[in-house]
Design a protein around this ligand. Structure first.
Ligand code: KIV
Ligand code: ZN
Length: 521
């Protein structure tokens, strides 16, 4: 394996370390299939992410496989895998990243008193020895080793400096100081990074990295404060997904440094025009909706509703706009789509929205677009994005809906007649339930027996109006694994069935990565 040098002559260049596929995927319900992870990794690489943390190889065979596959396929970025301070973790991680053009082992151990005492049940001197052993072992495999002091912001300073110095001496090339519990504030984090850099004698031999969680809503501000104090790597995720309240959002740290370059004169290698596409893709594959008012990529981020604002915008866009929508890949609609639009216009519209589909997927999406255009006067960009996201989510599915008929209304019992295609064979059933959605879910359970528990059922409209498409989210849990999936259709009941089936397909893929014999129970 070769190692990409991460030392830069440009003092103001900040490396973007994306952990959507590791910390992002760690949040309950956000799990992605292998194919989905590969799609995300490909886009991150294309976007100019410097380091892609592809997963935690020791966690499961599925995690190992996805890190190995991302490592094999990534063209430009460094590919990192995460490993605890254990021999088997580091060896497994090294195996997973070994095919990467630029492999990195990211190894961590907790250093705060509370973590050492309760989580590790180890004395500081034992942890100190483990730091040296873990970094040394990782360096036997690769030249690019990152060491993280988990819960760094609640670590005692003398001990932290001793560990950092020892990690660098043992060969760590990047030192990451995580705010694991999202507890710090910008001034404090600035002072912490500055203190470590000043006090640790060999600190000039490593790149310092920030990794902030958003429990108090300060992950982005803290990350930027860390950069101002000399850190030159930011660990972040698309849409800010991650453990609990999530991580610093990639799109926010990148655009903050671009738009306020005067205050934060740092650069990244990110192509910001791909930010919206990455946000949509991650939202589609995790089925985690993007908050409407989310900075940079939220649906309302560039919408000007009030009369005063609209008036100002018409006079001069800079009255209320600090960046242009097109800077982050939000295209002004140039093609209005309707039932007379043909394949060519549809393909152009997909390009405009940042989608590239293969011929078969394009054909399927086009058929669904035509059906939709027959039912809806105006087909908005959001409708097309939802429909294509749904197609992408179903691309590798083993269970598909063939037809659904529902009897609903005041004269119960509500019933559903459902035909499913399971691995190419058609299966039919009829079921009743306490309402039409319950009847549909009972029919699905009859055709695909499973023990998964329904944790969430949520409906929202993709656009306005009574003819709007419904987007349904379903979260299922089975054996401690949670998956979330979405389904879209102008008919809320069909969207509900699609969402439930998409979630079952995801669960089946999860089981397949563990044991191919038990895919459908
Ligand atoms: O939040 C954290 O401390 C982490 C480490 C494993 C880097 O995710
Ligand atoms: Zn984290």
């Amino acid at each position: 394996m070769t190692t990409k040098s991460t030392s830069s002559t440009d003092q103001d260049r900040v490396r973007i370390f994306d952990t959507t596929l590791r910390d992002g995927e760690q949040c309950p319900g956000a799990s992605m299939t292998l194919e989905e992870k590969l799609d995300v990794a490909e886009l991150l690489d294309q976007m100019g992410v410097d380091i892609i943390e592809a997963g935690f190889p020791i966690a499961s065979n599925g995690d190992f496989e996805s890190v190995a596959e991302v490592a094999k396929r990534t063209k430009k970025a460094v590919v990192a895998g995460l490993a605890r301070a254990a021999i088997k973790d580091i060896d497994r991680c090294a195996e997973a990243v070994k095919a990467a053009r630029h492999p990195r082992i990211h190894t961590f151990i907790s250093t705060s008193p509370v973590h050492m005492k309760w989580k590790l049940q180890k004395e500081p001197h034992e942890v100190f020895e483990m730091v040296i052993q873990q970094v040394t072992r990782a360096r036997n495999y690769v030249d690019d080793v990152e060491w993280s002091c988990e819960d760094g912001t609640r670590t005692e300073h003398d001990f932290l400096c001793r560990c950092v110095e020892a990690a660098i001496k043992a060969g760590a090339t990047t030192i990451n100081v995580p705010d694991t519990v999202g507890y710090t504030v910008p001034e404090e984090y600035f002072a912490l990074i500055k203190m470590i850099r000043e006090r640790v004698p060999n600190s000039d031999q490593a790149v310092f990295s920030v990794h902030c969680h958003d429990d108090l809503g300060m992950a982005v501000a803290n990350s930027l404060a860390g950069v101002s104090a000399g850190a030159r790597q930011i660990e972040c995720t698309i849409n800010g997904i991650g453990e609990r309240a999530g991580n610093a959002a990639l799109e926010e740290v990148v655009m903050a440094m671009r738009v306020r370059h005067d205050a934060m004169p740092f650069t990244t290698g990110i192509d910001p025009t791909l930010l919206m596409r990455a946000s949509r893709l991650v939202s589609a594959v995790t089925s985690f909706p993007v908050q409407y008012n989310k900075a940079i990529v939220g649906r309302n981020a560039f919408a000007h509703e009030s009369g005063i604002h609209q008036d100002g915008m018409l006079k001069h866009t800079q009255t209320y706009e600090i960046m242009r929508p097109e800077d982050v890949g939000v295209k002004q609609t140039s093609l209005v789509m309707g039932k007379h639009s043909g394949r060519h216009a549809f393909r152009e519209k997909l390009k405009e929205l940042g989608y590239e589909l293969g011929d078969n997927a394009l054909e399927d999406a086009f058929k669904r677009f035509k059906d939709l255009a027959d039912k809806k006067k105006i087909v908005y960009d959001e409708d097309i994005a939802a429909l294509v996201d749904d197609e992408i989510a179903q691309a590798h599915d083993r269970i598909k809906i063939v037809s659904l008929m529902v009897i609903a209304g005041t004269m119960g019992p509500q019933s559903a007649t459902l035909v499913l295609d399971i691995d190419g064979a058609h299966h039919t059933t009829q079921a009743t339930g306490n309402g039409p959605v319950d009847a549909i879910f009972n029919a699905i359970k009859a055709l695909v027996p499973h023990t998964a528990k329904l944790l969430l059922y949520q409906v929202h409209a993709v656009t306005e109006g009574t003819d709007a498409q419904a987007e349904v989210s379903v979260r299922l849990e089975e054996g401690g694994k949670e998956v979330t999936a979405r389904g879209t259709d102008p008919d809320t009941l069909v969207a509900s069935a699609r969402a439930y089936i998409n979630a079952l397909n995801k669960l089946a893929l999860k089981r397949l990565s563990v044991n191919p014999q038990t895919a459908f129970g």
